[in-house]
Write a protein that binds this ligand. Sequence first.
Ligand code: PNS
Length: 157
Amino acid sequence: MKTAIFPGSFDPVTTGHMDLILRSAKMFDRLVLGVLVNPGKSPLFSLEERVDILCRMTEGLSGVTVKSFTGLLADFVEEEQADTIIRGLRSPKDFEFELPLAQANRKLNGRADTVFLATAPEFSYISSSGVKEIYQFGGDIRGMVPDLVYNRMMELH
Ligand code: PNS
């Protein structure tokens, strides 16, 4: 059984994330969405909300589970007996950032191979941090996040 981890802060989940989740769910028997517990940051959505949103967004998707993790991703891969880490690439800049992380994860855990998926062009400008900034200044984020996330963000106002 092939298990992949798609790790992230998911604060918030974007339409780009959803595209990658749907695509990678087709490639693996089991896909674990690993939501990072990041005590240093004050997120827009709490850990519980991020997990809940992802659970709702992936309801009915076979083989997909949502879990939170703390500490090293390489250790979470071990706990889940996973083989693969999924990360999306929007640009060469992402690749520059992601390559050493993938290499470090493999050094820390020999079974942790990273597979990069090219972001679909229509989502390549979208990032969680960009969405938050646009939202904070009252810009229109429709289409950048799933409707469920959009509605939750509007409720935060
Ligand atoms: O969605 P993000 O915020 O870009 O996801 C980043 C994430 C969660 C993949 C990364 O921060 C991570 O793996 N954090 C866990 C801590 C860790 O393993 N750090 C060492 C990486 S070599």
